[in-house]
Ligand binder design. Sequence first.
Ligand code: GCU
Length: 651
Amino acid sequence: VNETGLDGWLRYAALPDEFASLRPQYSAIISLTDSQSSPIFTAARELQLGLSKILSQNISLETKDGYCLVCKNGRAAEIIGQNDRGALYGAFEFLRLLSQNQPLPEMRISNPSAPIRWVNQWDNLDGTIERGYAGPSIFFADGHVLDDLTRVQQYARLLASVGLNGLIVNNVNSNYNLLNPFNMQGLARIADIMRPWGVRIGISLYFDTPKELGGLQTSDPLDRNVIAWWEDITSELYRHVPDMLGYLIKANSEGQPGPLTYGRTLADGANMFARALQPHGDGVVMYRAFVYNHHLDESNWKNDRANAAVEYFDGLDTQFEDNVIIQIKYGPIDFQIREPPSPLLAHLRKTPIILELQVTQEYLGQQDHIVYLPPLWKTIFDFDLHVDGQKSLVRDVVSGQRFNWSRSGYAAVVNVGNDPTWLGSHLAMANLYAYGLCAWDPQQSEVDIIQGWAQLTFGLNKAVVDTITNISMASWPTYENYSGNLGIQTLCDIVTHCHYGPSPAAQDGNGWGQWTRADARSIGMDRTVATGTGNSGQYPQKVADRFECIDTTPDELLLWFHHVPYTHRLKSGKTVIQHFYDAHYAGALVAQTFAQQWEILRGLIDDNRFDHMAFRLQYQAGHALVWRDSVNNFYYAKCGIRDELNRVGNH
Ligand code: GCU
């Protein structure tokens, strides 16, 4: 009760129960804008306050990006957004339907699956891009933000057209010089350019910035001076970017400093940033779960990098501030060709999550090979984690529905560069388009998505659309066939860190923990509880039981969870080694057909884009043969078991 008088007549005194109980129970307040300086947002906040006091109803305040299209015959089309961004998304949807020559809907309401639909750039201040395969950065050069941000504006338009509403502008391996005064002005310019497209920006931080840039003795997250230093920097950032999304933090990972460096918990570290953000609006800390020891001892069969996320984060669920979100890569290792979902997805109930995907094809051919990603993503989205014995599809956890989170969703690493193709390959752009559509609705058919993208990108000719659809839909299984089977991971070069090209020997004999444990007799990681690393036991019971046992583990994840002889028979009836040989031949063969199929499109699309892709697909055809022979010969040399069809080792 406000008896000070400051509230004047706006006391919102509680209605007596007999009156209040006759009023409806409201479920949510939807603000038609999330701009905090708008009177509409003020109205929503005032309603929230008033309803809590007058009716004792604590109601969440939400802004929704959905839209409604009404296109009744002969009448003007109406595009109605639930907020400013919703109107923009509705306009893009209207234009998409026109371009695809589809009927306009009499009435269509569309809402995103999750509020967070962001991209992560891995751009460095010097203009290079970590895992970027399409030229230098469109954001930075020579230590500062570029003067000419034309490409950034064009990028924001692309992101908005598929419903993406946020972007983290710099690499997770962050450089503290981003926070110098000159660069803060640059960040303001980036934010200003992206804002009209409904794309808000956030930044990645380097944990030791107080020491390195601020000249403090320490970066200990519980140190008073460190806390004050981050508070000041945060205020300064908000002066430049008033609607900043918040901070992405990679800490205690791959040699980066973090709270553990100072004997503090991961929650201590995350909460320090969270509290610095709180006075300024709705900013969040995206704290990455990619924390692991990259000097693991392979001689210990209990060691397992796949266990790290749960080991580090278990027990912390209730300890994070409300504006901390844990960002989790889809699999327990690192963007491999096939992984089960990260077990950490089943461990957090109170703390919301962001699911981290990669549009950048880091381990997947780096845009030199075509790999259309939605079929891979679907294996994660549709996976039932059975948390607490209840249906718990990953997509329902991520949307916030399963555990009642109001802020959760998706992030994808998207390393566009200043190449005119953006990602280095025209067909690779289907993955960026698809990412936006999947984050909006993870249940959309991957075939519909690629067909729609092909129409928008190359026109309505059926031969063109069918060819692109066929190549794309075959591309992921094809790449898996020649780059890493049965859950063994992508067998690319990890020793030189290029993550490209075949190098099955590189997986083992180092501390990175992407091991295959291949010897003369047997192969695979024993991740069982009974005899292995115990990783299967990190999943809820029903899932754990399935992965613990060889018979119930699907063939495609067999070597992820089990160490077996090369002569072990799969459910298909083949031995593991014969499957390897056959899959590599099958995959390389299909890769040869991509270039041939593309040839049909000569003259049906412009020469420029035709030639560009023809060259790439021919390259892929050749490189697939290199993959096939390198991997097959490697395992043949290891185990000496002949190929039943006598192909391997006969060159
Ligand atoms: C992978 C990738 C690195 C990146 C890291 C991360 O290991 O190869 O370049 O920094 O993931 O996601 O933090």
